[in-house]
Write a protein that binds this ligand. Structure first.
Ligand code: T3D
Length: 262
């Protein structure tokens, strides 16, 4: 039987991607990265998928790079830039660019690139026992996977600097209080809560949610004038959608809307 490093299933409009190398806390090898990228492409292309749920098998969410794969060999530096460009950058770009909401269900430790992949998702739900570690400095690397872009924006430069330079473990409760994540739930409720959130999002006007992601992505670098103009443009796109007609119609007819995602 071939071991599948990323499990993929669809139910209720939600594609669930499960990182599946539990014996090494779902750390990334290149085959696993390729499988994750392919799974994200599949979810993006499937019109029946209107939300994505990312989680890990076993007791960890993801421990970042598989360090056995990245180990320097005698006299030869590992192709680290290629790994970062080929593994993590395409995953983070896909998570931010997919015009569908992405929920991370962080079921245990998220370390290195594993933490920053979680932070690239639209919602992070963490189990009470989960933790986040910017493990890079512990092994002589710099943060990657967009961590240096997203963390200062989420928690401010002082806390981001401490997390990166010290590499201390941040508990789920601390991450919540810092504004790094959306919610903390008891471990045994994590998947039920995460699936419920993803299923709820999958019934919403997908087109508008995707356009909202685009606005949020752009807001990090746009000035106010540019952002106001982009809002006008994307509002025109949302206003031309089937779901806008349905939303307004349902409101006026005092009934629940039935959005189709177009
Ligand atoms: O190519 C490049 O390097 C550039 C790309 C960089 C991106 C990155 O993500 S760099 C950061 C890489 N990740 C780390 O440095 C984290 C390493 N892991 C840990 O520090 C700890 O495992 C954790 C804090 C995440 C969890 O600790 P704990 O005590 O809960 O678990 P453990 O016992 O350390 O790990 C369980 C097993 O998973 C263990 O194997 P064993 O002893 O049972 O056979 C451990 O070796 C393995 N494991 C954990 N993380 C990795 C790993 N194996 C390979 N690579 C890992 N990253």
């Amino acid at each position: 039987m071939t071991h599948n490093p990323v499990l993929y299933s669809v139910a209720d409009g939600v594609a669930t991607l499960t990182l599946n190398r539990p014996e090494v806390l779902n750390s990334f090898t290149r085959p696993m990265a390729a499988a994750a990228q392919a799974a994200l492409d599949r979810a993006a292309a499937d019109v029946a998928v209107r939300a994505i749920l990312l989680t890990g098998a076993g007791r960890g969410f993801c421990a970042g790079q598989d360090l056995a794969e990245a180990m320097p060999t005698e006299g030869e530096a590992p192709p680290i830039a290629d790994i970062v460009r080929g593994t993590y950058n395409p995953i983070v770009t896909r998570l931010r660019d997919v015009p569908k909401p992405v929920v991370a269900a962080v079921n245990g430790v998220a370390a290195g690139a594993g933490a920053n992949i979680a932070f690239a998702c639209d919602f992070v739900l963490a189990a009470e026992h989960a933790s986040f570690v910017q493990a890079f400095s512990k092994i002589g690397l710099v943060p990657d996977s967009g961590g240096t872009w997203v963390l200062p924006r989420l928690v401010g430069p002082a806390r981001a600097t401490a997390m990166f330079l010290l590499g201390d473990k941040v508990t789920a409760a601390e991450a919540l209080s810092l504004g790094l994540i959306y919610r903390v739930v008891p471990g045994d409720a994590l998947m039920v809560e995460a699936q419920a959130l993803a299923a709820r999002l999958a019934l919403m006007p997908t087109r508008a949610l995707g356009l909202t992601k685009r606005l949020l992505n752009a807001s990090a670098t746009n000035d106010l004038a540019a952002q106001l103009e982009l809002e006008a443009q994307l509002q025109a796109e949302a206003g031309a959608s089937e779901d806008f007609r349905e939303g307004v119609g349902a409101f006026l007819e005092k009934r629940k809307p039935a959005f189709v995602g177009r």
